[in-house]
Design a protein around this ligand. Structure first.
Ligand code: ADP
Ligand code: MG
Length: 507
């Protein structure tokens, strides 16, 4: 059988799709002019065509479309203008979006048939009647849904609008991009369970930890996963601040029924940074009732906080105790190996290949806040763009603000042991023994700390040097020394001078 429809003998010039050409050129332009917004998945965007001065691009998921709308409008328009030589605006479509301007149908599709309080001019009066006297905290109890209903498409559209003001979900914060290590293993596996079985696995899911350790990332990963697997679920993601502001506005406008309807008719309520409820008595009261209402109807509650429930200052006991009903998980600072993996992942997301030595170097320099690791990747991307070459050690040291003309010191664990045993007058065999008395435990912890900061050995390897201790012991040592450095100036000086000494012969 002949599959060819081409007349024989005529030369073939491959036809270049003009829209595809604009998009390919735009992508090259964007990678050079705005690397910070570029993501690897941009390659998957499909040009739909140019009509009336508008160039349309289709994204494979609504989350990607939303990211483009939120972050990329200006840069894309500039790129489209530059590569086409025409004045073009760029519109982003999601997988289901019509080429014509979007109506309410797309948003409405994801909405259940719950009753929606209308926003008609009389609402405030009806609300006042329902709510009782305004501003009375004691009046804010659980309530039934509004007494009037909208049906069909109007209800769906109105409900979609109701949830339109949630915080944007960042497609970068998917489970696929979350690196698991000893510090976040539990938080991560519980988050997966919650996303697989909302309202049933752990309710509430409560994650706490210091800033920049991945709490918001996990919360959004849950939202993204549920949105993918249960597209009809109503998910509302907001900050605690958002909850508070909406509550205060609703009280003032006499729109408490609408507020309550909104927060009590979701399938998944995700509130970031609930420590902000501290000292806010009335908001705590309202949140308490929201919590109860959702919990009783097996709706999933997901919360993040900078402290475990019992340590949130000025938090009502009954609320703090409810936070513990499901699963409380902690996120701790990442170990060296996790940091290296995070760096590689962040670079890949931005379409950048990170050599091993570069990732290891950054990971050894930045050891607490993951946001800083990401900052380093962004700087490196900018520098590598300016210098027009792939990231290497020289560019990395430039990006980190190090003096690239000096060779990078290579410190051995033995050098550390020598310096510390010398200073404290202890023997190497003591450090490697099981003895726990303070005069030995402190120098041993200091060695581990210095090794962690100044070498590329893994936690396990460092533990191995000091009597076969496991990685948690090394992490504990690093934390202990860090804490002491922060509280005791004299001790901080000792650590600094030892560190100078380690580097001195190498400078
Ligand atoms: P938090 O909410 O705890 O302050 P975020 O969730 O905002 O922290 O995380 C800060 C940055 O670190 C984000 O870019 C996030 O993607 C990244 N991050 C944190 N933990 C991880 C992880 N385990 N894997 C990959 N990226 C992470
Ligand atoms: Mg956060």
């Amino acid at each position: 059988m002949n599959f060819s429809t081409r007349p024989q003998g005529r030369p073939v010039t491959p036809r270049v799709d003009p829209d595809q050409k604009i998009w390919t050129d735009m992508l090259i332009h964007l990678r050079a002019s705005a690397p910070e917004i570029c993501r690897q998945w941009f390659e998957e965007l499909e040009p739909v065509g140019v009509t009336g001065g508008v160039f349309r691009l289709r994204a494979h998921s609504p989350v990607h479309r939303d990211y483009l709308n939120r972050v990329c409008n200006r840069q894309f328009a500039e790129a489209a203008g530059t590569v086409s030589g025409r004045l073009l605006t760029v519109r982003f479509l999601g997988p289901e979006d019509d080429v014509k301007p979007r109506g309410s149908s797309a948003a409405a599709a994801a909405v259940p048939s719950a009753a929606v309080p209308s926003d008609d001019p009389h609402a405030a009066h009806r609300e006042a009647a329902l709510d009782g006297p305004r501003g009375e905290p004691s009046e804010f109890g659980p309530m039934s849904p509004a007494p009037y209903r909208l049906n069909g498409a109007a209800a769906a559209a109105s409900l979609a609008e109701l949830y339109d003001d949630g915080l944007p979900i960042n497609p970068d914060y998917a489970f696929d991009n979350f690196i698991v290590g000893p510090g976040n293993r539990l938080a991560h596996s519980a988050a997966l369970a919650v996303a697989a079985n909302p309202g049933r696995a752990y309710n509430p899911y409560f994650v706490h930890g210091d800033v920049g350790l991945g709490k918001t990332h996990l919360l959004q990963a849950i939202c993204l996963r549920i949105r993918e697997t249960q597209p009809s679920a109503v998910i509302y993601f907001t900050s605690c601040e958002g909850f508070m502001t909406q509550f205060m506005d609703a009280v003032q406008a006499g729109l408490m029924t609408r507020f309550r309807h909104k927060f009590r008719h979701v399938d998944v309520l995700v509130v970031d940074d609930v420590h902000d409820l501290s000292k806010r008595d009335r908001t705590q009261e309202e949140f308490f009732h929201t919590f109860n209402s959702l919990y009783q109807s097996h709706k999933q509650i997901v919360l993040s906080c900078d402290a475990p429930p019992e340590e949130i200052p000025d938090m009502q006991e009954r609320l703090a105790s409810r936070f513990k009903w499901g699963l409380v998980a902690n996120v701790a600072p990442p170990c060296y190996e996790t940091r290296v993996a995070i760096l590689k992942n962040k670079a890949k997301l931005r379409g950048m290949e990170l050599p091993d030595d570069v990732a290891c170097h950054i990971a050894s320099k930045i050891d607490s806040n993951i946001r800083e690791l990401e900052g380093a990747i962004i700087k490196l991307q900018v520098v590598s763009n300016i210098e027009k070459r792939q990231p290497d050690m020289e560019l990395t040291r430039m990006a980190l603000g190090e003096d690239a003309s000096k060779p990078e010191p290579k410190i051995q664990i033995q050098t550390i042991i020598n310096a510390v045993t010398d200073f404290y007058g202890v023997k190497v065999t003591d450090l490697q023994s099981k003895r726990r008395q303070r005069s030995i435990a402190l120098p041993r912890q200091l060695c581990m700390y210095l090794a962690r900061r100044n070498t590329r050995y893994s936690l396990e390897e460092i533990g191995g040097y000091f009597g076969g201790r496991d990685h948690t012991t090394v992490m504990h040592a690093v934390r202990t020394i860090n804490d002491r450095r922060e509280t005791e100036a004299e001790f901080a000086n000792v650590v600094r001078s030892l560190e100078d000494r380690l580097r001195a012969p190498l400078a």
